[in-house]
Design a protein. Structure first.
Length: 355
């Protein structure tokens, strides 16, 4: 009698294990690559939402804090590096992009989530949008409150990001950014508030969609080429060309631009006032920079709208490039990658119309 009871319990256990294996096989395999930021931050008290320390908690602790992840994906974690994202740089970007491409080439990885500080999420997102060589989802996530805060937004943002990275609907949409139940595309997403939960927006052109009730809803996607459709290959690159940004303002002079060129910048983004206007005080320096082979892109400090070619400056005569709708920090990323291919301003201008 006792042996029968043990046998039936063993049978039940085996069935339960088979069911859980079958369920695990049905779930997508999502890698979580952790890089730091507030989502991994800790504060002195539960009400510390500013003045906390970013980049303290490791990826395993982030995953353990959200047991619900296991219901929507088979997740594995990797700490790629641990920084506050104001310290992001080209070396980190190349390391991250190469790791993403190696993992996405594996058949046992269906999507990737990158946890990241919010200060430079928009830049990392656009860099990866141009350098990831897969149509599988890559979702970047952060949080505006540290993990120790009351109503921390990190756990739900991470849950949403894993959902999105495992979703068939996110395939082929380019790199995505999700916080606050909203889905933004890498090209246009930008941080619009220093501290609120709804800081990430795509002003004027709008969100790609939302995440509601554990389901992503898409309403549009970017028409610009990304990921597998770009010409950029970073697999053999160890460095990126130095490109700096000159900020435009009333009463500006040429000192900053001259200093960047003297320091060896290969490209300059001029974030001009209005429609990318050039003050007369900087034009001689721009001409000099061009003579030295430095590529100059006219962007705008405004952040929205198209910078019109030959509008506020004679781009043909000065041999300049215009940034289309890319803000200065994103125009810088495209110019850096463009300079790994060419210094021809006509070829580079074509890239700003494509990506
Ligand atoms: N130091 C900032 C960063 O790592 C904190 C902001 C955040 O992650 O939300 O980007």
């Amino acid at each position: 009698m006792q042996s029968k009871k043990i046998a039936s319990q063993f049978l039940i256990l085996c069935c339960a294990m088979l069911v859980s294996v079958a369920q695990a096989q049905k779930l997508p395999n999502v890698m979580i690559l952790a890089t730091g930021g507030t989502i991994a931050g800790t504060g002195a008290t539960s009400t510390t939402t500013v003045g906390y320390t970013a980049a303290k908690i490791g990826v395993d602790a982030l995953i353990e804090a959200v047991p619900e992840l296991k219901k929507v994906a088979n997740v594995r974690g990797e700490q790629v590096f641990q920084i506050a994202s104001e310290n992001m740089n080209n070396d980190y970007w190349l390391k991250l992009a190469k790791r993403v491409n190696v993992l996405l080439a594996q058949s046992d990885v269906d999507g990737i989530v990158i946890t990241h500080g919010t200060d430079t999420i928009e830049e990392t997102a656009y860099f990866l949008n141009l350098t990831v060589k897969s149509r599988k989802p890559v979702v970047i996530v952060g949080s505006m409150r540290p993990s120790t805060a009351i109503s921390a937004d990190g756990p739900i943002n991470l849950y949403n990001a894993v959902l999105l990275a495992g979703s068939q609907d996110a395939i082929g949409k380019g790199v995505l950014v999700t916080l606050n139940d909203q889905i933004n595309g890498a090209r246009e997403v930008t941080k619009t508030n220093t501290s609120t939960l709804d800081t990430f927006k795509t002003p004027e052109l709008g969100f790609l969609g939302y995440i509601q009730g554990s389901k992503p809803y898409f309403y549009r996607q970017s028409v610009r080429k990304n990921t597998v459709d770009t010409e950029f290959d970073i697999s053999k690159l160890d460095t990126l060309p130095q490109v700096d940004i000159v900020y435009g303002y009333a009463n500006m002079g040429p000192v900053a631009l001259n200093a960047f060129v003297a320091a060896g910048a290969k490209g300059i983004i001029h974030a001009g006032v209005g429609d990318g206007s050039l003050a007369s005080t900087v034009i001689p320096s721009i001409i000099d920079a061009r003579k030295k082979g430095v590529v100059v892109v006219r962007s705008s400090r405004v952040g929205q709208g198209i910078v019109a070619r030959n509008g506020e400056a004679d781009d043909d005569k000065l041999d300049l490039v215009v940034s289309d709708t890319l803000n200065a920090q994103k125009a810088r990323i495209l110019l850096m990658l463009a300079l790994t291919k060419t210094t021809n301003t006509k070829e580079i201008q074509a890239m700003y119309s494509k990506y």
